[in-house]
Design a protein around this ligand. Structure first.
Ligand SMILES: [Zn+2]
Length: 163
């Protein structure tokens, strides 16, 4: 968990924290983060950085060395209050704004069959990271719940009060 006292809610400070953390992941797993992927495409909530660390680590363990070339993150961000992590062969996501809220879904992508077991395992691992983010404060990493503020964010009681 991120230390509450160290984490400023100032947006610039949050941005610097996220950027330096993501730069560390780029160094650690260079094949997962192509040079051409701009930093602004890596914009998760700071409280979710430990979730993303674990995700990158587990993706690394799931991928045999010979298929690593197939895997690249294309975007990691917050959307409708939870973590979204998109990758090169992952499903395509859509969100439709309806009167009762947002309806989201995925469309599978064509991908080389012989590694389907690995691709499925990666997709499931990403889904579990998204589920974890739905219970984790985006500001500090403490237990949180989805709140409508009017925009949707996942926050702990303390940070929900601060907003
Ligand atoms: Zn919090």
């Amino acid at each position: 968990m991120i230390d509450h006292k160290r984490l400023s809610l100032d947006p610039d400070a949050q941005r610097r924290l996220v950027d330096s953390h993501m730069a560390g992941l780029r160094q650690r797993y260079p094949y997962q983060f192509p040079q051409t992927l701009p930093d602004y495409m890596l914009d998760p909530e700071p409280g979710w950085l430990p979730i993303i660390d674990a995700l990158c680590h587990d993706v690394d363990r799931l991928l045999p060395a010979e298929v690593r070339i197939e895997f690249q993150w294309t975007q990691i961000k917050e959307k409708f209050g939870t973590l979204r992590a998109y990758w090169s062969l992952g499903p395509l996501f859509y969100d439709v704004q309806c009167p009762d809220g947002v309806v989201s879904g995925t469309v599978p992508r064509q991908r080389p069959d012989q590694y389907e077991v690995i691709w499925d395992a990666i997709d499931q691992r990403i889904q579990s990271a998204t589920a974890e983010s739905a219970g984790t404060c985006g500001d500090c990493g403490a237990p949180g719940t989805l709140r409508r503020l009017p925009w949707v964010r996942t926050l702990c009681d303390r940070h929900a009060v601060l907003i």
